[in-house]
Design a protein around this ligand. Structure first.
Ligand code: NAD
Length: 334
């Protein structure tokens, strides 16, 4: 096993790569493929219409991989508030041992999951939120830089600062999220003090990602400048793939006299956005993508991708940096 970090040891995975939760992407097919490749695949709870559907998706994933996989529970504003407690209960009942949490006021959900012995990776975009999550007893932080897809937070700190600040200040191990697509990125994250990386957009552009081929091709064509930030006015800033719909949202957000969320709701609705993934029209609705979209140039299987990242990281940490070949047992060996 070339990589031996706190993350691989605690989660029982081979490669320190987590596939982050992605609404309407994190189904069994992708989670199982990532776990089979040696990383940690993650199902996205709210992608399932009900907690019972989540139970079925967990059972389906179990038939597709024998390796560990997790579930993401994100607590952010929604047009129809879900019963987070019931989703957490489904996770516990199905024997899931790893959960990625994200969003606001995660206390009750984290407490419930911790009582059931679940390992929590909590995603956050500020050190202050990381400190609060540590008080709740989380096992890992997933430090999410401003480069990331989806909910970027409101303080706009990119990973070069955020990861080192995490290393300097946090007493709990962390992984790096936002801006990762290759082994050079993994090597850099480990050097900055992370125990592994989280990738979302990169995994959307794999053979097994259950989204339309045309969207994967759109990702391959895209540049790092092709994302847009919306919803800052409602303190829910979100990075999306820039398209006709985000242009319309930005205009309303700038010009609206009322500032009512209802004015943009039909544009940013997840129901509409998910159809992008089935009809293949990148302009049909909103869909999340990180700035890393500019670094993605192919559509490999998860297995090919994870193996390539592992090899690139190993080469970067050895021959490229001209160090004596380390055992890659990171922290403090590096
Ligand atoms: P949705 O259709 O309910 O809402 C669409 C978007 O508007 C979301 O970004 C949501 O956060 C935002 N929103 C809704 N009401 C709002 C309000 N009153 N004020 C400010 N912003 C508001 O969302 P969906 O696409 O069905 O997703 C369900 C939930 O999952 C949302 O909270 C969404 O943000 C979250 N999500 C999770 C992931 C993940 O990785 N797990 C990824 C994307 C989105």
């Amino acid at each position: 096993m070339p990589f031996d970090t706190e993350l691989t040891r605690r989660l029982g995975i081979k490669v320190p790569i987590v596939q982050g939760g992605m609404q309407y992407v994190g189904y069994a097919e992708l989670a199982a493929a990532v776990s089979n490749a040696g990383g940690l695949g993650i199902l996205t709870a709210l992608t399932q219409p009900t907690p019972d559907d989540l139970r079925k998706e967990i059972q389906k994933t179990r038939t597709m991989t024998k390796n560990p996989f997790g579930v993401n529970i994100t607590l952010l504003p929604t047009l129809q508030p879900p019963d987070y407690g019931a989703y957490a209960q489904a996770v516990i009942d199905e024997g899931i041992k790893i959960v990625e949490t994200a969003g606001n006021s995660p206390g009750p959900v984290i407490t419930k999951l911790k009582k059931a012995g679940v390992i929590i990776l909590h995603k956050c975009t500020t050190i202050r939120h990381a400190q609060s999550a540590i008080k709740l007893g989380v096992d890992f932080l997933s430090i999410d830089g401003f480069e990331c897809a989806g909910h970027v937070g409101e303080s706009d700190i990119t990973n070069f600062i955020l990861l080192s600040k995490a290393r300097q200040t946090l007493k709990v191990p962390f992984i790096a999220s936002g801006g990762f697509a290759d082994g050079q990125g993994l090597a850099a994250a480990l050097c900055l003090g992370a125990e592994g990386i989280n990738m979302g957009t990169r995994f959307m552009c794999t053979v097994e990602a259950p989204i339309h081929q045309k969207i994967k091709e759109e990702i391959v064509k895209a540049q790092e400048t092709d994302t847009a930030l919306v919803m800052r006015r409602w303190t829910n800033t979100t990075r999306l793939y820039r398209n006709k719909v985000t242009d319309a949202v930005i205009k309303i957000e700038r010009d609206s006299k009322t500032g009512e969320f209802a004015e943009i709701a039909p544009y940013v609705s997840g129901k509409r956005g998910r159809q992008v993934f089935t009809n293949g029209d990148p302009d049909y609705g909103v869909w999340t993508a990180g700035q890393v979209i500019g670094l993605i140039h192919d559509i490999p299987t998860c297995d090919v991708l994870v193996k390539r990242i592992e090899k690139e990281a190993e080469e970067t940490l050895t021959s490229k940096l001209k160090l004596a070949k380390p055992k890659l047992s990171l922290h403090p060996a590096i």
